[in-house]
Design a protein around this ligand. Structure first.
Ligand code: F6P
Length: 489
């Protein structure tokens, strides 16, 4: 395996190793969403780690991306369900799949997000599995496979499926044509066997995953958990040294590939004029000029430790009242999966806590927390990083966490401090962040205090090392390692 990959060497690899192959990415979430705004169709990049990582790759490699369409103007923007993106520089094609309400409820809200999501994240939210959701999950996975097959029939193709929503797509594709090369990257943690064994459909799910030619996880620990699950549940031969699993005569390579971001792309874009402009208007909009700024950026999800973060800010001001009117914590993030009760409750809890903490500590015109549920486009995200002195990532459990890596990539001047949960995959690489246990309130608030009072030399030293790590382990290394590992007959 080559140690360093960049855009050029990957294009070269694809051309040499896979000349004549079509490349298809598949995910539940769409990379670009069309909405009507002021009577016009507006196209923006979607949220989430899958998009952050794969959009730059697809813009370079081209090809087809198959995903669900959920924007109110997706149907209008697409002809025969297809549209070229991004709108300002079309580089690859999107094919939308339209799901019914029933399919959405059973497959996305039900089996994927009430079942597999809490099962895979150890955050003490009880997973719920019900058989009718599983039936719909399978039906939607099959629908994906059929829609992909329509596009690739008779062509040599690599199909790169993303995540837990689509575990069975590879199996359905192989049933249609065993020559299709299928890969899956599981973007969330894989639980320990003690946890995994409660899943009623565990054997069928594992067999589905074992039909992929390559199966990727963020870190070795998740691969080991997966090996333990298959060795307990399915008849397999495991070659741990080469990380191969043989099931019913088919071999899957199972490896850890720590996902990352487009370091250089983010670094360059962060210096652009419009990003500076957005940063200035953010500061103006919220009157932030006189404060040290602490930021958080997440989908509103119970795995992200948002409540813990807010409590840490409360505790910080309790212990250091001298910080009043000196700091502001600003949290941005999109509402997520709001039709599920757990998410509704989380949103209510967040509202209540923000209200309480602000009421308790506010003085004059100042309040410690600004909480906004707002979609930020890519440039606005970079502007948000730009205004920050400190970025807090306090996930209770997270496969990787790309906010941490994006923040680092955007800090060209080596300023800024990352406070990072030790329960993120990213913490295994980003040792120069201030690592915290988000369940330990005082530890979190102390880490934020340390960040606020850290001397410039140490801050820069830490950020330089963090940047070196992300620079060397960027998204091109991730995709390069995967492509170079693709088994070929
Ligand atoms: O990064 C992990 C992930 O589950 C992605 O698969 C997903 O797109 C993202 O988080 C956001 O979740 P959702 O698509 O449900 O909003």
């Amino acid at each position: 395996m080559a140690e360093s990959w960049d855009k050029k060497s990957i294009l070269h690899l694809v051309k040499n190793k896979f000349s004549g192959y079509a490349f298809v990415v598949v995910s539940n979430r769409q990379p670009y969403i069309h909405k009507i705004s002021r009577g016009k169709i507006e196209c923006t990049r979607g949220p989430g780690g899958v998009i952050t990582a794969l959009d730059p790759i697809m813009r370079e490699l081209g090809g087809l991306w198959v995903c669900c369409g959920s924007g109110d103007a997706d149907k209008l923007a697409a002809q025969n369900s297809k549209v070229k993106v991004p709108p300002y520089k079309p580089a690859y094609e999107l094919k939308y799949l339209w799901l019914s309400k029933e399919e959405n409820l059973g497959y996305y809200y039900g089996y994927s997000n009430q079942g597999l999501w809490p099962l895979s994240h150890l955050v003490f939210v009880k997973p719920e599995f019900n058989n009718s959701d599983w039936e719909i999950y399978k039906r939607v996975n099959k629908k994906f496979a059929e829609n992909i097959y329509e596009e690739i029939r008779g062509k040599k193709t690599i199909v790169f499926v993303q995540d837990y929503h689509l575990a069975l797509v590879g199996k359905y594709l192989k049933d249609m044509d065993p020559e299709i090369i299928t890969l899956n990257f599981w973007h969330i943690p894989w639980p320990t066997y003690d946890v995994f064994r409660i899943l009623p459909q565990r054997q069928e799910l594992l067999e589905g995953l074992l039909s992929y030619d390559l199966l990727g996880f963020h870190i070795k620990y998740f691969c080991n958990n997966f090996f333990e699950a298959v060795s307990n549940e399915v008849e397999v031969k495991i070659d741990e040294e080469n990380q191969l699993v043989v099931h019913k005569g088919h071999t899957s390579l199972v490896r850890g590939y720590p996902i990352s971001v487009d370091f250089k792309g983010i670094e360059d874009s962060s210096e652009e004029e419009d990003v500076r402009g957005f940063a200035d208007s953010l500061k103006e909009e919220f009157s932030l000029s006189d404060y040290k700024i602490i930021i958080g950026l997440d989908r509103i999800d119970y795995t992200k430790g948002i409540i813990e973060r807010l409590k840490a800010i409360d505790n910080l001001i309790d212990r250091h009242p001298e910080l009043k009117e000196k700091i502001v914590f600003i949290q941005m993030g999109e509402i997520s999966r709001i039709h599920l009760t757990k998410y509704k409750h989380l949103n209510d809890e967040v509202n209540q806590l923000v209200e309480e903490v602000n009421f308790k500590h506010s003085q004059n015109y100042w309040k410690p927390i600004i909480f906004l549920r707002r979609h930020l486009n890519f440039k606005e995200v970079l502007a948000f990083y730009k205004i920050a002195d400190i970025c807090v990532v306090s996930s209770l459990h997270d496969g990787m966490n790309l906010v941490a890596k994006e923040f680092i990539s955007s800090r060209k001047n080596d300023n800024g401090i990352l406070v990072l949960s030790e329960f993120t995959g990213a913490s295994r690489e980003l040792k120069d962040a201030l690592l915290v246990n988000p369940y330990h309130l005082e530890e979190m608030s102390e880490a934020i205090y340390n960040a606020l009072t850290m001397d410039e030399e140490e801050m820069k030293k830490r950020m330089r090392k963090l940047r070196e790590t992300v620079r060397e382990n960027d998204i091109w290394k991730w995709i390069g390692s995967i492509i170079s590992d693709i088994p070929q007959e």
